[in-house]
Ligand binder design. Structure first.
Ligand code: PLP
Length: 328
């Protein structure tokens, strides 16, 4: 994999976080991992393909590295899945990488092995690096099995940098531990960047993460089944509200309802024209906080987290249902 010129120039810090032989690096959360990674790989003149709706930080981090995020739109009616042909069309001689995130934040879409292979084949055919953010790999529904990109074969594994962390699987967001695994030169360059910026993640967090990974893990599966119940409830409630259409997420813990049915309606003399307008309306009228979809690359949607109690979800849904009746 080609390193950015900034990464090539860097000297290791005296307290280098890793040695040149290692194939993994831990950082202050997966967000920091992705930051190190985009800085190590990309620079001015590079293009990186980001499927939309996307997690908010991918385009921004690519831009911070001086490169250009190229947005690959997916369709709600196709389950927000990447169409390999659409991917092929966006690849240019400048394209360096494809970012995959499945199960996805914000849509909850994921891929089975066959679907994943079709996408990966296109990326591999063009010599792209695959950045695979699999931070929701353990939070998956409807009997679907998570297939890691790197499990698709030796060649694919060589072209892939896996990103993961403890924030979602172990609900350890505040401990700030994420990691990357893959090509040792890239990992080494990330280690140098980290060595000159933040050094290592807090040692107490590293010990806590180690304890989490060592298990026991039965609680993870039990929690996922609990999330699945909430997911089924919230999707059913959302779809029963006229004006709302909600895709049933296959993983992660967000519902991403399409609320564009309310565009053009009014409340207190103000017209709802965007996901931000609808978000403000819900906050004022229902006292329910959602996230506007435009920050994820889709202004027709809002994101609702169901990582909260069933009691809160019932209350929140009741309030949303009542509030939208006031739109005229
Ligand atoms: C939460 C999240 C991250 C970052 O998690 P950290 O708390 O920084 O480890 C990265 N990618 C996606 C898709 C996320 O939802």
């Amino acid at each position: 994999m080609k390193l950015s010129s900034r990464a090539k120039k860097l000297q290791p810090s005296a307290t280098l976080a890793i040695t040149a032989k290692e194939k993994a690096l831990k950082s202050q959360g997966a967000k920091h991992t992705l930051y190190n990674l985009t800085q190590a790989l990309f620079e001015e003149g590079d293009e990186v393909i980001v499927p939309a709706p996307y997690w908010v930080s991918y385009p921004e981090q690519i831009t911070l590295a001086g490169a250009e995020p190229v947005i690959l739109n997916t369709k709600e009616e196709e389950g927000f899945k990447i169409d390999p042909e659409e991917l092929r069309k966006l690849i240019t001689p400048k394209t360096r990488a494809l970012i995959l995130n499945y199960p996805s934040n914000p849509t909850g879409a994921t891929y089975n092995e066959i679907e994943l292979r079709r996408i990966v084949d296109v990326a591999m055919g063009a010599g792209l690096t695959i950045i695979s953010d699999e931070i929701y790999d353990k939070i998956i529904y409807d009997g679907i099995k998570h297939t890691p990109v790197a499990a698709l074969g030796e060649e694919v594994k060589k072209a892939t940098i896996l990103v993961n962390g403890v924030s979602k699987t172990y609900s350890m967001t505040g401990w700030r531990i994420g990691y990357a695994a893959g090509d040792k030169e890239v990992i080494n360059a990330m280690g140098k960047l980290q060595g000159q910026s933040t050094s290592n993640p807090a040692s107490i967090s590293q010990w806590a993460a180690l304890e989490a990974y060592r298990g026991p893990h039965d609680i993870i599966e039990a929690r996922t089944r609990e999330f699945e119940k909430r997911k089924n409830y919230i999707v059913e409630r959302l779809n029963s509200i006229p004006g709302i259409k909600c895709f049933s997420p296959q993983g992660a813990f967000y519902a991403f309802p399409n609320i564009s049915g309310f565009f053009g309606k009014h409340h207190n003399g103000k017209e709802i024209r965007s996901s931000m307008d609808f978000t403000e309306f819900l906050l004022d009228e229902a006292k329910v906080a959602v996230v506007p979809g435009d920050s994820f690359g889709s202004d027709d949607h809002v994101r609702i987290s169901f990582a909260t109690s069933m009691e809160n979800i019932v209350k929140g849904m009741d309030r949303i249902e009542e509030a939208v009746k006031k739109l005229g």
